[in-house]
Design a protein around this ligand. Structure first.
Ligand code: ATP
Length: 332
């Protein structure tokens, strides 16, 4: 299958800053693909390269097999939803949504009909006459989405589109975006620095650091089998274990990672397992997170709601199944 988007050794340098550095990447048609990474890791630059707002300093980008070099943004069959939505304040919702069609010279009746359909798609029928200032943040977000979907692009680029929303709304929009993407079958490329968001929505996730992709995989792969310390640290709340520790419990001198939920905590000091002292407890609702000091190594364990909890300062024994201890390929 021809990839929707492919990068071959793509770089974008700004002077000495390697915003994107020799990236290879393939995004499949119909995929919900997340670009995840800390601030400044190159995610937005990658998105802008796909959109055509930015040109690579080296390498090749292909969109559905076609070389993108020299193809202007409006001819790429790719639309973008920006974090700040970029709605025109003086236009009403219908004209905001229809804007792209107007620019292309589509007649008023036809473009308004298409805009009504796009508004229905994002569950905002009947909002056409309002100005953006008369909408809530979540509604503005949907208008921006409708505007980007009106001409059914093959690829939709979303740059932290939920960043401005409160947690509750964010969660319901995550669900809606996922449903919309599945029903439309459009390739979504989604930029976020929120690992929970990437894991919950994406079919595959690329983890970025310093202009490079550290790992690409399904959310399960990324979460359960991080290849490097960076990925283990950045995705979720893994315990990163140094080679000495791993050698003692798994017989190999490699870096390891162990999820907090894989650790069992027994309230007897001299019992079997790793001896540790409870430093702090954080109540999370569905579970309680323990911070532990195991001979100078800081570990975290989650105890499900309802289970007996140790006290701060108490000595406990930690056990885990050997299969839960993931050995990493790289120390970096
Ligand atoms: P964020 O999550 O904060 O948006 P990001 O991962 O999207 O970050 P980019 O915006 O792609 O990161 O930036 C990557 C690097 O490139 C940063 O160091 C940034 O300062 C630099 N950069 C981006 N655009 C430019 C530019 N036009 N000129 C100079 N440097 C730039």
């Amino acid at each position: 299958m021809t990839p929707a988007v492919s990068f071959t050794k793509v770089s974008r340098h700004f002077g000495t800053v390697r915003a994107v550095d020799a990236v290879d990447l393939e995004i499949q048609p119909g995929e919900f693909f997340a670009m995840l990474g800390p601030s400044g890791s190159g995610k937005t630059t990658c998105l802008r390269l796909i959109a055509g707002f930015e040109q690579p300093t080296a390498g090749h980008i292909r969109i559905f097999g076609e070389e993108a070099q020299g193809v202007p943004p409006y001819r790429r069959n790719v639309n973008t939803v920006f974090q700040d939505y970029a709605l025109f304040p003086h236009l009403n919702v219908l004209d905001n949504v229809a804007y792209g069609l107007m620019v292309r010279g589509i007649g008023r009746a036809e473009r308004h009909k298409a805009a009504e359909e796009a508004l229905a798609l994002v569950r905002l029928p009947g909002f056409g006459a309002r100005k953006p200032s008369q909408l809530s943040g979540g509604q503005r977000q949907r208008v921006a989405l409708a505007r980007a979907l009106i001409n059914r692009p093959k690829v939709l680029l979303l740059d932290e589109p939920l960043g401005a929303l409160d947690l509750k709304l964010r969660e319901s929009m995550q669900e809606e975006l996922k449903i919309l993407q599945t029903s439309l079958g459009i390739t979504f490329v989604f930029v976020t620095h929120d690992q929970g968001e990437a894991l919950s929505m994406a079919d595959r996730v690329a983890v970025f650091n310093e202009g490079r992709i550290m790992q690409v995989g399904t959310p399960q792969d990324i979460y359960q089998k991080p290849r490097s310390r960076f990925v283990a640290d950045f995705v979720g709340s893994s315990n990163v274990l140094p080679p000495d520790f791993v050698q003692r419990y798994a017989g190999q001198r490699r870096w390891g990672s162990l999820r907090p939920e894989s650790i069992r905590v027994a309230r007897q000091a001299a019992g079997e397992g790793v001896q540790a002292r409870v430093v702090a407890l954080n109540y999370l609702g569905s579970a309680t997170r323990l911070s532990l000091d195991a001979g100078g190594l800081r570990l975290h364990a989650t105890v499900p709601a309802g289970a007996a909890l140790p006290e701060p300062g108490e000595h406990v024994a930690l056990t885990f199944n050997r299969e839960q201890l993931h050995l990493m390929e790289e120390g970096a």
